[in-house]
Write a protein that binds this ligand. Structure first.
Ligand SMILES: Cc1ncc(COP(=O)(O)O)c(C=O)c1O
Length: 403
């Protein structure tokens, strides 16, 4: 990857586009957007801001074609067997909620999650378990926060209907051994949903190769527009799911009493969609494939190594997850004795325009269980540079010195 050239694709990174230069290390929240994604959104609003699928006129036909092309691009990106396995959503949260509510869980069913799930892969299951009488069980991680296959195997008892796990953690960047997890879950008769919000931007995923049943991701975490997402499901499973949101565009016909639902994905895509967002998402996955996941991981490793080495000796600093940066992808999460995480984040921003996340990162359950107030998270992406990493280190060292 030509880093200099890649950075030029991102208007936010151009010094002349902003008064203040930023160092954007909040990529796990949302990534920046390349020009091609912004162009795709703009193209929709400038040329054919119409509905897909409903009207007969040429503008509508163009939008229908654009949505279909985006669906095909995402199916290819994820290695899905067919494009009808791709359901467009607003985000990962919606995809997980869809499965949670449409799976038809009932008393006697068990859902397994880990002890460090994002709220979006915890609260939907808590809610549905409460309503349905199903049981939610939490599999503990090892002491270093890594996935415990033995504990998982023990939890895989009869009655486990679904295993729903974060593929890569937004807390510490650790990735679970997904292929092995899926193999063991299937052997025990359970389905698997992967929350790929933090995995899909950083690694090549083949849903067919993994044999995963459901997978949810967010477009805005992989260069796509805000409020876009995807739920992948094996076609037969999507057919067997109940509906979630219903209304216009989900049915072939209706009477006053009943209706006939369309096949997937339409039965899940209720109402007018974010066509500009969907086309932007199509452009994002194509752009990402052009960059390539080998190059993405190589750059993240370089930066994570640099930051980990540069800050690990700071007095009172505790890294979350294993010390080895190679196990934590693009994430460096830490807390410092005696300094509030929000204060560190604010100071980094004020001192050098460095954008990081602070707090409990929507993993309140983990922080509460560990009796920790919060952490600072630097989340890196391929367009970040070594110079930025060094600026981060210098400023964190200054903060430690003065506080
Ligand atoms: C691991 C993980 N799962 C789910 C989500 C929820 O994503 P969204 O807010 O885009 O639905 C996030 C967001 O940070 C995440 O990191």
């Amino acid at each position: 990857m030509d880093l200099k050239k890649a950075r030029q694709d991102f208007p936010t990174l151009q010094a002349d586009a902003r008064q203040k230069q930023i160092i954007y290390f909040d990529n796990a929240c949302q990534t920046l957007r390349p020009r091609v994604v912004i162009d795709a959104i703009q193209q929709y609003y400038l040329s054919e801001p119409a509905c897909a699928g409903r009207s007969m006129h040429h503008m509508a036909a163009e939008v229908t074609r654009g949505v279909d092309q985006a669906r095909t691009a995402v199916a290819k990106f994820l290695g899905a067997a067919r494009k009808e396995e791709i359901v467009f959503t607003r985000n990962t949260t919606e995809g997980i909620n869809l499965v949670a509510h449409a799976l038809g869980l009932h008393s006697g069913d068990v859902v397994l999650v880990s002890d460090k799930e994002h709220n979006s892969n915890l609260i939907p299951w808590q809610t549905v378990a409460r309503k349905s009488g199903a049981t939610l069980r939490v599999v503990p991680s090892r002491a270093d926060n890594s996935f415990d296959l033995e504990a998982f195997e023990q939890a895989l008892e009869p009655g486990v209907r679904l295993v729903s796990l974060g593929y890569t953690s937004n807390l510490d960047g650790l990735t679970i051994p997904a292929a092995e997890v899926i193999h063991r879950a299937h052997r025990a008769g359970a389905l698997v949903l992967l929350d790929a919000a933090q995995a899909a931007p950083h690694r090549k995923i083949s849903v067919s190769g993994l044999d995963v049943d459901f997978l949810a991701l967010s477009g805005h975490k992989l260069l796509g527009p805000s409020g876009t997402g995807v739920l992948y499901g094996k076609y037969k499973l999507l057919e067997s799911l109940d509906t979630f949101m219903v209304g216009g565009e989900t049915v072939a016909t209706s009477t006053y009493e009943t209706c006939q639902f369309l096949p997937p994905p339409e039965k899940f895509e209720a109402g007018l969609q974010d066509y500009a967002g969907i086309m932007g998402l199509g452009a994002a996955v194509k752009y990402l494939q052009g960059i390539g996941f080998d190059a993405i991981q190589k750059q993240e490793q370089l930066l994570n190594e640099c930051i980990t080495t540069g800050i690990q000796d700071l007095p009172g600093l505790h890294l979350i997850g294993p010390a080895d940066p190679h196990l934590r992808g693009g994430v460096v999460s830490f807390y410092m004795d005696g300094i509030d995480a929000h204060r560190i984040a604010l100071m980094l921003d004020q001192m050098a325009g460095i954008a990081v996340r602070s707090g409990q990162h929507c993993v309140h359950s983990w922080f509460n269980a560990h009796q920790l107030q919060g952490a600072v998270r630097a989340s890196l992406y391929f367009y970040n540079t070594q110079a930025e990493a060094e600026t981060f280190i210098d400023n964190l060292r200054k903060i430690r010195k003065v506080l």
